[in-house]
Write a protein of this length. Structure first.
Length: 198
């Protein structure tokens, strides 16, 4: 899985070389975030690597479901884990589609030594609308801190928004908001954890 970190390092280097020079903004972030036509972060490969890593661990996988103020939890089998994790493996993340159908904006924040890659869908017709990758500088390579995604869908007269968060080597969350006819949404939060450390 180390090759993914080298790909990320190459992507960061390309983004830094193609972007404008940093300004003296108060938070230390580079202004004029850059758009790049190549070196997109390999989101799909990274997430598949995470799923394979979970498959190799001899640990229990906990699923938490929160509706309103009530949270229920239970251990789940690998099949149930895969069914939920597959929500992150959107077809739009296939390399050719991702590079053609999304724009990339990236910046490096010197104050916290982190890089952010923001991917936005060019078309409102795509269910996957947004992907954010946050990384931090490590000793030998950059470490991915989080992957965030947003999906927008419609089923009949129900509008569905999914806000999904993946914390590498720890857990993922899927927050589903369902609204009928513009009414206040029903919210269901699912968290799947194989390591509960923060």
């Amino acid at each position: 899985m180390k090759y993914l970190f080298f790909i990320l390092a190459a992507a960061i280097l390309a983004a830094c070389q193609s972007g404008p020079s940093p300004d003296n903004s108060p938070n230390g972030a580079s202004a004029g975030e850059t758009e790049s036509a190549k070196a997109y972060f390999p989101v799909l490969d990274f997430l598949k690597g995470e799923i394979s890593m979970v498959d190799s661990l001899p640990v229990g996988i906990l699923k938490y479901v929160t509706i309103g103020e009530k949270t229920d939890s239970q251990y789940i089998k690998p099949e149930a884990f895969h069914e939920l994790a597959n929500e992150f493996l959107a077809p739009e993340l296939q390399r050719a589609r991702f590079e053609n159908e999304f724009t990339e904006t990236s910046f490096y924040d010197k104050s916290v030594h982190s890089s952010t890659f923001l991917y936005t869908a060019k078309s409102d017709d795509l269910p996957l609308r947004r992907v954010d990758i946050l990384s931090e500088s490590g000793g030998a390579y950059d470490k991915i801190k989080s992957v965030y995604m947003e999906k927008l869908m419609a089923r009949g007269d129900t509008a569905i928004t999914r806000k999904m968060y993946w914390k590498p080597q720890r857990h993922f969350q899927i927050n589903t908001l369902s609204s009928v006819g513009g009414a206040a949404p029903d919210v269901v939060l699912i968290k799947v954890a194989w390591d509960n450390r923060d």
